[in-house]
Design a protein around this ligand. Structure first.
Ligand code: AAL
Length: 407
């Protein structure tokens, strides 16, 4: 008999206790530490999942501000000139350097069925990698080509795009997508290759080898290795990349990691790949002792800033909006093997599809933010941004949607 009564008694005490804890309502002053009371899941999460209960005190929360750049001509955005997918910005010889995909074709992209040797299929087909320098990050001087398309059948003969830079032991390495068929033929298929130089101004020597190969048949990254993005971390080269997978119907994009001791490899893909479940172009930076990532555009966790204390296991650090696409920050300690990454305050990004689908082209822009331990900019920490009506109305209903509504 006793055996039954005692647990019952304990249960009653338990219930009384719980309701006692929350006898008073949630306090007017938001506690900085987790209060000892029962909490809803949402409020509990504030204390367990974020570095502060106030977004403005979260070092990995920021809004983003955009500035049009001076120094680039786009042929009135008629679709014949594109600049997109910038590299990280580096500072050398008293100036900033950026590399990017540059397309200059007689016609705008026409799709894979109509393309040929001079007509591009996509915005990044038949492209080269160009570079520009600047002393202030706002006005840029275009310096011309860094990586040309090599002759067929070398890697990248169809297009070389989406470069990113590594500085390692006094040498410069550009990693980029090397297309051997027009993008869109099957999907956006390519591996990653590289070139190296003794100076950021080149000349660049192509290694003419695949540096990050596609996965084997049936693996998540079997078709595309996009957006190679090297950082120096844990005495090694941590190169993040993106792949498209899961087939056309329900395409997903995730990000993986490949690690090497030397710039030209061998790169070993991380066994936990993919390490970021969402996002599009890779955009990461050292922060404190780990790595932070801007995750936007695609997937369940788009519009978040994430953090991995070990560079591998990413958690959501904040949720934000209007994030820079193809964000390519200036990271002062990108290659210093830092154990206390200071974060970022600005970089380059792109706006795609500036003139609509028929004259498709993209432009480079500058973004500013406060994801840095060294500045505290209240304006960047506003919780909300008010957009002008045209921003909303641009997201108008499609013809199909209007038909559905009126039906
Ligand atoms: C991008 C990047 C890669 C893709 C294409 C051009 O913004 O993710 O570079 O291949 O789109």
């Amino acid at each position: 008999m006793n055996k039954l009564i005692i647990p019952f008694f304990l249960l009653i005490i338990g219930c009384v206790n719980t309701s006692n804890e929350n006898k008073t309502a949630f306090p007017f002053t938001l506690p900085e530490e987790m209060p000892e009371r029962e909490l809803s899941s949402a409020v509990k999460r504030l204390y367990t999942d974020y570095s502060s209960v106030h977004p403005q005190e979260n070092e990995l929360f920021s809004q983003f501000k955009y500035t049009e750049l001076k120094g680039f001509d786009y042929n009135n955005h008629d679709g014949t000139i594109t600049r997109r997918d910038p590299s990280k910005v580096i500072y050398e010889n008293g100036k900033y350097y950026v590399w990017y995909t540059y397309r200059n074709t007689s016609l705008p992209p026409q799709g894979a069925k109509k393309c040929n040797d001079t007509i591009p299929s996509s915005d990044w087909d038949l492209a080269e990698i160009w570079y520009a320098t600047s002393t202030d990050g706002f006005t840029w001087e275009e310096q011309g080509v860094a990586i040309k398309r090599p002759a067929k059948p070398n890697i990248g003969w169809r297009s070389v795009t989406t470069a990113d830079i590594l500085v390692w032991e006094g040498k410069y390495y550009l990693y980029y997508q090397g297309f051997m068929e027009a993008s869109g033929t099957r999907g956006d298929d390519c591996p990653v290759t590289a070139s190296w130089a003794d100076s950021p101004d080149g000349p660049w020597t192509p290694v003419n080898e695949i540096i990050i190969p596609n996965g084997k048949n049936g693996e998540w990254d079997m078709y595309s290795i996009h957006d190679p993005y090297p950082l120096v971390y844990n005495d090694k080269i941590y190169l993040y990349y993106k792949s498209d997978f899961n087939g056309k119907e329900k395409k997903v994009r995730m990000q993986g990691l490949a690690v090497a001791d030397n710039p030209l490899g061998p790169f070993e893909k991380h066994p936990l790949n993919p390490v970021i479940s969402s996002g599009h172009e890779t955009s990461l930076f050292q922060f404190k002792s780990g790595i932070a990532a801007l995750v936007y555009k695609d997937g369940v966790e788009h519009n978040t800033i994430q953090y991995a204390a070990d560079g591998v296991n990413f958690e959501i650090a904040s949720i934000t909006e209007l994030m820079p696409y193809a964000a390519a920050p200036y990271i002062p300690d990108a290659f210093t093997n830092t154990k206390d990454g200071r974060g970022i305050t600005w970089g380059m990004a792109h706006f795609i599809n500036v003139s609509g689908w028929s004259r498709m082209n993209s432009m480079l822009v500058r973004f500013d933010c406060d994801l840095s331990q060294d500045i505290h900019d209240d304006e960047m920490k506003e919780h909300r941004v008010n957009h002008s009506p045209d921003v909303y109305f641009k997201q108008g209903l499609s013809k199909k949607q209007r038909e559905r509504i009126f039906r």
